[in-house]
Design a protein around this ligand. Structure first.
Ligand SMILES: [Mg+2]
Length: 264
């Protein structure tokens, strides 16, 4: 029998609440019911191609109700990290943001420059990857810049099937520069801890719901947060079967999750 008593529920977005910008049927109602029962909700995403405001707007357009502060994206976490680094350095940091145009303005409080940056911030840039960029990044980091990766996902689901994610480039840069990136998104423990701190709820009172067994479930469990895997989005039975990660719950969808949690 499932023993769960969370106060805070963290939801992944893509593949969990919606797929290809279509809400999972019943998901809006399921979240409303959880709120009615007093659960606090937060929405976590590694998406690095949209600003916080755009992500909130996207969820609202699918009829999900949420406050802006309830959405914590990897770029939002990166800004907090940079602010903290800048405070420690007691000077303006020079940032080279290799990120989607939509979120570039989110880093406008920092000095922007590709020459001798203090920090390289790496996110999703679609098909703009090429060897010239990789070598520029290598030289910046080899020359002393720190690397902040907005996430390190292995692959993602698109309309055309699964595609390699930026974890490919982050891991490659770590290897050739012989260093470790600070990874902002899931499954990084710092990311989850920052979310818990912002709500003042402990890991044991928290549950993470997502379609990525590594990033959502594994990352959360590492910090003591219970993990529920949903069988929507990128879920693949074969990948789940061979994984060493054991979710605390496996649900058909976020609706099934809510039904079972409210029954428990
Ligand atoms: Mg997902």
């Amino acid at each position: 029998m499932l023993k769960l008593n969370p106060q805070l529920i963290l939801f992944d977005l893509d593949g969990t609440l919606y797929v290809s910008n279509q809400a999972i049927p019943g998901a809006v109602d399921a979240l409303d019911r959880l709120r009615e029962h007093g659960f606090q909700l937060r929405f976590l995403t590694n998406t690095t191609t949209k600003s916080q405001a755009q992500l909130v707007e996207q969820l609202r357009s699918l009829n999900f109700s949420l406050d802006t502060h309830e959405l914590i994206s990897a770029p939002v976490a990166a800004q907090l990290e940079l602010q903290s680094m800048q405070k420690k350095a007691a000077r303006t940091l020079r940032i080279w943001p290799v990120v989607a145009d939509a979120i570039k303005k989110d880093f406008s409080e920092f000095e922007i420059g590709e020459i001798s940056p203090d920090v390289v911030v790496l996110g999703d840039i679609g098909d703009r990857w090429d060897l010239d960029l990789i070598n520029k990044l290598f030289n910046a980091i080899h020359g002393g810049a720190q690397l902040i990766a907005l996430h390190k996902n292995r692959f993602w689901q698109t309309d055309d099937g699964l595609k390699a994610d930026i974890g490919f480039f982050v891991a490659g840069l770590e290897y050739v520069c012989n260093m470790n990136a600070r990874v902002m998104g899931k499954p990084n423990a710092d990311f989850f801890q920052r979310v818990l701190d912002s709500v003042s709820v402990s890991a044991r009172e928290t549950m993470m719901v997502g379609d990525d067994i590594d990033s959502d479930v594994g990352g959360a469990q590492e910090l003591g947060i219970k993990g529920c895997l949903v069988k929507t989005g990128k879920f693949r039975q074969g990948y789940y079967d061979q994984s060493t990660i054991k979710p605390d719950m496996v649900a058909e969808s976020v609706v099934d999750f809510a039904d079972r949690l409210l029954k428990a």
